[in-house]
Design a protein around this ligand. Structure first.
Ligand code: DQA
Length: 142
């Protein structure tokens, strides 16, 4: 299976963000863990990150013809971007929404996700391991 992993705004600065919330891990380390888990699960994974909303939408469109499953962490866009929601709506393959932190236990404005109802599965607050759970779900269905 081919899996597209798209990380959004500010996730490139993960290692500079509050370690109490984000664990101090950097994006490069996170992506290398994702590639290592993908090897074990025998899936072909493509990780991408951008701070530009239009680019994120373009990469969703790219994934339409390529991916058998999609893992999305749009960062703060999750809470308000209807452009990204419209792009996510195009997927016919399962989409897993991942957040490193538990957005439902944080500030009021973070509790709502505009892509939540489109996700086959949501994984919140499990840190990097949330991506492993998402990959396992897409590949093995569990
Ligand atoms: C995040 C949660 C969002 O509220 C925040 O804006 C992020 C990261 C997470 O992974 O926990 O940038 O998506």
């Amino acid at each position: 299976m081919r899996v597209a992993v798209l990380n959004g705004v500010n996730l490139d600065a993960l290692d500079k963000r509050d370690p109490e919330i984000y664990g101090g891990i950097g994006l490069a380390e996170l992506e290398s863990q994702i590639y290592a888990w993908s090897k074990v699960l025998e899936c072909t994974t493509r990780c991408r990150q951008t701070n530009h909303e239009g680019q994120f939408v373009d990469w969703c469109h790219d994934a339409l013809d390529w991916a058998g499953g999609v893992i999305l962490n749009p960062g703060a866009w999750s809470h308000y971007s209807y452009a990204i929601r419209d792009a996510v709506e195009l997927f016919k393959v399962p989409v897993v929404e991942v957040h490193l932190s538990n957005i439902e236990a944080r500030e009021e404005w973070r509790r709502h996700s505009v892509i939540a109802e489109l996700a086959a599965k949501r994984i919140l607050g499990k840190g990097p391991a949330g991506y492993r759970e998402a990959l396992t779900y897409l590949v093995e269905g569990t």
